[in-house]
Ligand binder design. Structure first.
Ligand SMILES: O=C(O)CCC(=O)C(=O)O
Ligand SMILES: [Fe+2]
Length: 349
């Protein structure tokens, strides 16, 4: 596989020096996969934290192995997601997402949510409006004092609730350790970020992208380009591919993000972390994958179905999005995380 280099001297938010992006010949972006177990080893911790933050500074993304969510739990979550989405639509609609953006809970059929409505946030490029070809299920913390979860009734799918409740809890434990590593790597007291994530406003989303005709990608997409609204996202994807990130930042050009299957966690920075620290909240989307995956994905004129699981770590609702570091985004208006989330999600439903 021949590597080639794309050099960009002007577009990065984070660096005034030249940024080098490495692509494979198939236009997929190469960025480090880090072993999170190094964080637990006192002699490796400092180096790990430094590398973790420098990768996020450069790409807004990093891949992690040994992150703390057990493989068996990831397998169970994918199996539970597959099982739910293959149910007849009328069964899935027994635990519906409301027709509005709040509360962000329950099942959204294809066409209910369109992320294309918020594609251009924080970007100088204008994206064409494309509808999402996806169905999804949103879950919050069982301890969220504001919104209750909307679960499939027991007669519809009894395994769904226990599987995702325990995945959520594993996600939260992992999130807190990752936030500690981030705080250390950023030179902040180690509890700084964790303290802003006490009340579990996090969300878990299982997404099914049904098999679609290749030609549909001319006017639709799987999920339109966007940045995530929270602090960090932990994403797990199946082997189908199609997740792409915008490189260089603000260019309107996208390259495939490859991962080593569902156990490798793809972590990306969200808007709130960018506001606090200046780390780059990278735009991404799920579209027709590049040539390296295209052949495997396309069966005749149909593009294979795809599943993903995203755990969105979000700040406490009352947390203020005021820079914690000089590099943070400072436009002089410091919203609370709750005000910001409402502003960002408006228009997607
Ligand atoms: O399905 C994926 O791989 C990405 C989903 C995503 O970006 C999101 O739900 O915010
Ligand atoms: Fe996303």
């Amino acid at each position: 596989m021949d590597d080639f280099i794309y050099a960009d001297a002007s577009q990065s938010d984070m660096q005034s020096t030249t940024t080098i992006y490495q692509f494979t010949a198939q236009q997929s972006i190469m960025f480090p996969s880090l072993d999170f177990s190094h964080f637990h080893n006192p002699s490796q911790r400092e180096d790990f934290c430094r590398q973790f933050v420098s990768t996020l500074k450069e790409y807004g993304f990093v891949k992690l192995i040994s992150h703390g969510i057990p493989s068996t739990q990831i397998d169970q979550a994918f199996a539970a997601g597959r099982h739910f989405f293959q149910l007849p639509l009328e069964q899935k609609l027994k635990s519906p997402h409301p027709p509005t953006a709040h509360p962000h809970r329950g099942f959204s059929p294809v066409g209910l949510e369109n992320v294309g409505a918020v594609s251009d946030y924080g970007s100088s490029t204008k994206s064409p409006y494309l509808k999402d070809m996806k169905e999804s299920y949103d879950i919050g913390s069982e301890y969220d004092p504001l919104y209750k979860n909307i679960w499939p009734p027991a007669g519809v799918d009894g395994a769904f609730r226990p599987t995702f409740t325990s995945f959520f809890e594993a996600g939260y434990r992992t999130e807190l350790v990752i936030l500690k590593a981030l705080s250390i790597g950023l030179g902040l007291p180690e509890k700084t970020l964790g303290q802003l994530h006490a009340t579990q406003t996090n969300e878990l989303r299982i997404t099914h992208y049904p098999a679609v005709a290749r030609g549909d990608f001319a006017h639709s997409t799987r999920i339109a380009a966007h940045t995530d609204f929270g602090t960090i996202t932990l994403l797990f994807q199946d082997a189908v591919g199609g997740l792409q990130m915008e490189v260089p930042p603000h260019s309107g050009q996208f390259a495939d993000v490859e991962s080593e299957g569902p156990y490798e966690c793809i972590l990306n920075v969200g808007d709130c972390l960018q506001k606090w620290t200046g780390l780059h909240s990278a735009r991404h989307r799920v579209h027709l994958p590049g040539p390296s995956k295209e052949e495997q994905q396309i069966d005749g004129e149909m593009v294979q179905e795809r599943f993903s699981i995203a755990y969105f770590a979000k700040p406490d609702r009352a947390a203020v999005l005021r820079p914690l570091l000089e590099e943070g985004d400072s436009d002089g208006k410091y919203l609370t995380a709750n005000e910001f989330q409402h502003m960002r999600i408006a228009g997607t439903y």
